[in-house]
Design a protein around this ligand. Sequence first.
Ligand SMILES: [Fe+2]
Length: 208
Amino acid sequence: MPKKEVPTTTRQSIINAQPRIHQRAPEIQPYGTVSHALPLELEEPVRLEMTEQLNLLLADTMTLRDLYKKSHWQVAGPTFYQLHLLFDKHYEEQVEVVDEIAERIQLLGGVSLAMAADVAETTRIERPPRGREEVPVQISRLLDAHQIIIGHCRRLSRRASELGDDGTNDMVVSDVLRPNELQVWFLSEHLVDVPLVHAEEPGVRKAG
Ligand SMILES: [Fe+2]
């Protein structure tokens, strides 16, 4: 059969190099819901509870990630160089943790938080000032944030186990809890008040 020729004018109306910008449409899935049927052998109420909890963990982790970048940029003092590098290393590790949590939420059929304004409304981590703070305060804020996340990880991993969501339990323990524990060690050693050059004579050291 001979191929039917499309008139030039019709083709021009179909094929058009003009990008279709400024488009909007209703959401395809509202926040706070999960897809009904997924072949995961996990009931919808379990996935709802897990995705809600994981979004809290995500908001706190995104806040901690950003607190590390703030600290990386704004650090001052004689330990500037090592802390500048350490804060950025921890930032990069938290970027990976954020991705793990967000993709676990999507995998369970949920909708992950993403934007800063939504994160700010959700996180339980205290908001720092915009200005610069001294190193002990920077590190204390980071440790407080880690503590919130670590506490949540312990409760969430146990609950996931109870509900039969072994994947969430494994991810929370291996990919969130353990990296956070390690970062706490690296930070908290900076708050041990030891002499830099001269060892103190016995009896000279002040109490407290
Ligand atoms: Fe940098």
